[in-house]
Write a protein of this length. Structure first.
Length: 461
């Protein structure tokens, strides 16, 4: 299944590019092309004009200059978790940056610097050695750069906001092949655009602040889905007064019949509550204790864990898998909205989804900090997220259709804009940002990449 219409790759002479690079260049006719073009999300059937595995920032600049001279585009990619959001790549060079995975932590300054191929697992571990943590997400194999440029919504978000607003500097190659370093003083508008707006150019390094946190009380509890009305009602009542130090979500979850899923849970419809408290068990346990009594527990996995392990806590798959996501931002949920969600996604709905859930927002996510980037805050009280695994084209169609059914059921509380990192299909910028923000982002893009050489998820136009 392809994420977007497949166009045949453009034929270009790659000999000059090969001679200019230290890294590898693979064309459509070369052995290894299929392996080189693959994304982590196996739904994305990427067929670029060429694939480059860069070996350094000089390779990145050379690729951009080559593309500008030959009338093709560049699509940077580290892991490919968000590859479904890219337009077709037939006229583009897929610039793979996973070999550029350097990272360093300055414990005194509480900062980290990462190259574009760095992933959250190694970065979290390096920071954790000093009792520090970055605002990573729910998987150790997600790339830090792509996640952060899109905003970065993680397990400490209600206490500390979006990861993009922790960025203090970035290095990038512009659309003309120039390498620049940018911060709030050197180029305020470009710096603003990079933090949550994706930004133009190819980012080759990010520097961001780390937070002092050694441990977190985190994990999940689950109930049989037949108890969904009582569990959702109790969770919503709890969430209304939950401290901002707790970031949580509630979801319908049907785990696949594969290891390492325990046999007794395979295929069993559940209501799962996953959460993290920005502190240890002494403070976190009393805050989440009321959730245990909502219905008979199927399992409980709440414990004080190293903060570095928050990126592994949800148990998201680490090996490549196919996934189709659905998403909407929601306002306050009254009893009718919760009932509509249960009816559309819960028992008896015929849902083919692996997960359909609601992430609790608010707290720091509702407050743009001083000097925030293009996505300073999230406009919504809840984020709807859904995922299904399309093992066949027919199942893929059923997944997409059911996701739309859930979104339609929540139409009365749906917000105008969506969050880019949760939005799978290519989406107009007007669906991500208000008109003033889109205009600012376009103005920065037109200055930094006047030839529109560098492609991005959810293009500005």
């Amino acid at each position: 299944m392809s994420s977007s219409p497949i166009s045949p790759p453009l034929e270009i002479d790659l000999a000059p590019l090969r001679s200019a690079l230290a890294g590898d260049v693979t064309g459509p006719g070369d052995e290894g092309y299929d392996g080189a073009r693959g994304a982590w999300n196996l739904v994305a059937d990427q067929r670029p004009a060429a694939v480059v595995h860069a070996s350094g920032e000089d390779d990145v600049a050379a690729v951009v200059r080559f593309a500008a001279e030959h009338g093709v585009k560049v699509a940077p990619q580290a892991t490919g978790h968000g590859a479904v959001a890219l337009p077709p790549l037939g006229d583009a060079i897929l610039l793979r940056t996973e070999r550029l995975a350097g990272l360093s932590v300055d414990p005194g300054a509480r900062t980290a610097r990462v190259e574009p191929g760095a992933k959250w697992g190694p970065v979290s571990d390096a920071a954790g050695e000093h009792g520090l943590v970055g605002l990573g997400g729910s998987s150790p194999v997600v790339g830090v750069t792509g996640y952060t440029l899109g905003g970065g919504l993680g397990w400490l978000a209600r206490e500390h906001g979006l990861a993009s607003n922790q960025v203090i500097a970035a290095e990038l190659v512009t659309g003309t092949g120039e390498h620049v370093r940018v911060d709030a003083e050197s180029d305020p508008e470009l710096f603003w655009s990079l933090r949550g707006g994706g930004g133009p150019g190819v980012v080759t390094a990010l520097e961001f602040s780390l937070l002092p946190l050694a441990t977190s009380y985190a994990g999940s509890i689950a109930f049989d889905a037949e108890h969904a009305p009582a569990v959702f009602a109790g969770f919503m009542e709890w969430a209304a007064t939950a401290p901002r130090a707790v970031t949580s979500m509630i979801r319908f979850l049907t785990l696949p019949p594969i290891p390492p899923v325990p046999e007794e849970l395979r295929g069993r419809p559940l209501v799962d509550i996953s959460l993290a408290y920005a502190g240890g068990a002494a403070e976190g346990e009393p805050a989440v204790a009321p959730l245990r009594g909502l219905a008979p527990l199927v399992y409980e996995r709440l414990a004080e864990i190293p903060a570095a392990d928050l990126c592994r806590m949800a148990g998201d798959p680490e090996d490549p898998v196919p996934g189709l996501g659905g998403h909407a931002m929601l306002g306050a949920l009254d009893d009718d909205a919760v009932a509509a969600f249960i009816a559309a996604a819960g028992p008896g709905s015929g849902s083919p989804l692996v997960a359909a859930g609601l992430r609790h927002l608010g707290g720091a996510l509702a407050e743009a900090p001083a000097g925030a980037g293009a996505l300073g805050a999230l406009d919504g009280d809840w984020a709807l997220f859904m995922v299904g695994v399309p093992m066949t084209p027919e199942l893929g169609e059923a997944i997409v259709g059911h996701q739309q059914r859930v979104i339609d059921a929540l139409a009365p509380v749906r917000r105008e804009h969506v969050y880019a990192n949760f939005q799978d299909p290519p989406t107009p910028a007007s669906a991500l940002f208000d008109a003033a923000t889109v205009d600012r982002l376009r103005a920065v893009r037109d200055r930094i990449d006047p030839g529109r050489v560098v492609m991005a998820k959810h293009p500005l136009d």
